[in-house]
Design a binder for this molecule. Structure first.
Ligand code: SAM
Length: 337
């Protein structure tokens, strides 16, 4: 049976959600589309917790940077920034990450930035590459790569050895990927400007490690981009959900047996996270979820809208701004059997 038909009744429940009066009220007060708020209630199960989430999204997230050890020692970078009166503080879960607590100059305009000594990267966005943990001789694919935050981080973790194939469909975004790869001194990466789904025709079961930082609605980025409160409809979610399922199935085909895959999004939407995994785990039988070694956020949803997503979904991690002070994020680690 075609996947669309097999999950039709669940799709109807998930994408057909309608907001209650309470959701409409909160949506009006905080400036969201009502369907979003109703989903927050379904995720958290408590209206007070929903208000905490909404309040958290009103807070400012500190900017953060990742020190690029391909070009500089982190200690040296710390000293250089301190001499310019820039105050940074180590991010506990990111070995190369720092919050920027104070800077008189824009952190994208410093010489140190232009020299590629650091990358401006969200604190949650640094986690997936550490979780994937590529080593020096491995063959790695990054299936949605621009502008290159995670590609350049993977290269750093691999000390510029082994090989990364960085895939990006959008031609304009490839330019920023190329420029970041150059700026950060990355030399182990081949960039492909194509639709990642096409790779399954040529590169089956060859990669040791696969990163899928999936194209998503960015529902975790509301504290940084408040317009996102109203800019995406349920239909946008549905379209991206379908693409995410196809990309994750591609990721599985490209990865060798026992190879690892990280599936991640900058979204807190169950439709783009647990429900994508649920469909994929119920479609192929050669993949399993693994625990995540960085203790941050809360476990993924094992139930949503009365649908049992499977207890293994608790192995994934959800990061909410109001709990972690980071952008909203989702991370899952999978192994191909
Ligand atoms: N990993 C990037 C980073 O850390 O800087 C961010 C990736 S962004 C979340 C997702 C990217 O996937 C976008 O640049 C988008 O253009 C690209 N994309 C969307 N559909 C794609 C596809 N079918 N194949 C390859 N790339 C795709």
């Amino acid at each position: 049976m075609q996947m669309d038909k097999r999950f039709k009744h669940l799709d109807e429940r998930i994408f057909g959600i309608s907001p209650t009066l309470k959701a409409k009220e909160l949506a009006e007060r905080y400036g969201y589309l009502p369907y979003m708020i109703q989903r927050y209630y379904e995720m958290l199960g408590d209206w007070q917790e929903v208000v905490l989430l909404l309040e958290g999204n009103e807070e400012r997230i500190l900017p953060s940077i990742r020190c690029n050890t391909l070009k500089i020692k982190c200690k040296t970078l710390e000293e250089r920034l301190s001499s310019k009166n820039i105050k940074i503080r180590k991010i506990p879960w990111a070995p190369h990450g720092y919050w920027v607590e104070h800077s008189d100059i824009s952190i994208g305009a410093l010489h140190e930035y232009l020299h590629g000594y650091y990358y401006i990267q969200g604190p949650a966005s640094m986690i997936p590459a550490y979780i994937l943990g590529p080593t020096e001789k491995e063959l790695v694919v990054d299936l949605a790569a621009a502008p290159g935050g995670k590609t350049t981080q993977l290269a750093q973790l691999m000390s510029n050895s082994g090989t990364i194939i960085a895939v990006e469909r959008n031609r304009k975004r490839v330019k920023s990927l190329i420029s970041n790869v150059r700026r950060m001194g990355v030399t182990n990466t081949i960039i492909l400007n194509t639709d990642a789904r096409k790779l399954r025709l040529y590169l089956k079961e060859v990669f040791d490690k696969t990163l899928l930082d999936a194209p998503c609605t960015g529902e975790g980025l509301i504290p940084l981009i408040p317009e996102r409160k109203r800019s995406r409809t349920m239909n946008d979610l549905k379209i991206l959900h379908r693409l995410q399922v196809e990309l994750l199935l591609t990721a599985i085909e490209l990865t060798r047996d026992n190879g690892l895959i990280v599936y991640t999004t900058c979204s807190i939407a169950p439709e783009e996270n647990e429900y994508v995994l649920y469909k994929v785990l119920n479609t192929v039988d050669n993949i399993e979820l693994l625990p995540i070694s960085i203790d941050i956020g809360v476990p993924g949803l094992d139930e949503y809208l009365g649908i049992n997503m499977g207890s293994e979904m608790k192995l994934t991690r959800r990061l909410y701004t109001y709990l972690t002070g980071t952008e909203g994020f989702f991370i899952a680690l999978l192994r191909k059997r």
